[in-house]
Design a protein around this ligand. Structure first.
Ligand code: PAF
Length: 270
């Protein structure tokens, strides 16, 4: 496995690869990321990963400086998942002085995390567009845990005609249901227990087969317990617009909540 830090090194390597899968990450890798990498190898034969804590997707009061990092551990995990190249650039190489180009995706970036984290999806869309333009992969893989992010990336890829297949992969969970997330590292033992309210509520709502969105949301809220709700939503899976009845079109329940100071998100298909 090769580790590179500059766009020129990526371009030189890319020329030698007939087909390629890409898994962009912010590092501190867990089983969710590794399942994307293994699937990437399966789909394209060769998989590259990126590790970059992208400053433009963090708000001024968010956790950029304390976001967990472990490059050495991450490289070992990438290697074990069959990754051929890891790109881990410095922020000044991705956003050099004078950088001024950003990508905004309108509709699906509104509401939910887009409302709670202004500018977040502009940062995500910008860095993902840059990585897709640099690597020109055949397929790029993202986790469904960040469900709105996945829809934003699908929209930008389609609208900018990047010709990359975007694949969403199911959320990987701990044995007790907690969705895997690098931010779980912030949770104390006690908070980790409280955080189970998110998945418990979502599973209860899904398993109830209830079709009325208000009742679905009430079920989720009932399980949140001491966790402070940011939002609970039932939306159309593609447009992410709120719906009142779950009918023929695919629907999704999403929740964001603060466990202590840690903001967690999770979602399920209904
Ligand atoms: O999901 C993430 O880890 C990040 O938002 C992504 C897609 C790598 C962009 O920085």
């Amino acid at each position: 496995m090769k580790l590179v830090k500059t766009p020129d090194e990526v371009r030189a390597w890319r020329k030698t690869m007939p087909t390629l899968a890409l898994v962009p990450t912010m590092g501190f890798l867990h089983e969710g990321h590794l399942s994307l990498m293994r699937e990437g190898v399966k789909r394209a034969g060769v998989c590259a990963a990126t590790i970059f804590v992208n400053p433009t997707q963090f708000g001024p009061k968010e956790d950029l400086s304390r976001y967990p990092r472990d490059l050495e551990g991450d490289l070992a995990k990438c290697e074990s998942a069959g990754v051929s190249l890891v790109y881990a650039p410095e922020p000044a190489s991705v956003y050099p002085a004078g950088y001024q180009t950003y990508v905004t995706v309108d509709d699906v970036s509104q509401g939910l995390d887009g409302a709670s984290r202004p500018g977040h999806f502009r940062g995500v869309a910008t860095v993902v567009a840059k990585l897709l333009a640099l690597f020109r992969p055949d397929v790029a893989l993202f986790g469904e845990k960040d469900f709105q992010q996945l829809q934003v990336i699908k929209a930008l890829t389609k609208d900018l005609e990047l010709g990359v297949e975007i694949v969403g992969q199911p959320t990987v969970r701990e044995a007790d249901g907690l969705a895997m997330s690098s931010r779980n590292a912030y949770l104390s033992k006690e908070d980790r227990q409280k955080a189970l309210g998110l998945s418990r509520g979502l599973f209860r709502a899904r398993d109830s087969r209830e079709r009325d969105a208000e009742k679905v949301k009430a079920m989720i809220r009932a399980e949140l317990g001491e966790v402070r709700e940011d939002y609970v939503a039932v939306v159309d899976s593609e447009t992410l617009k709120p719906i009142s009845k779950i009918e023929a079109r695919p629907a999704r329940a999403l929740v964001a909540a603060f466990v202590g100071t840690t903001r967690l998100i999770d979602n399920v298909a209904l």
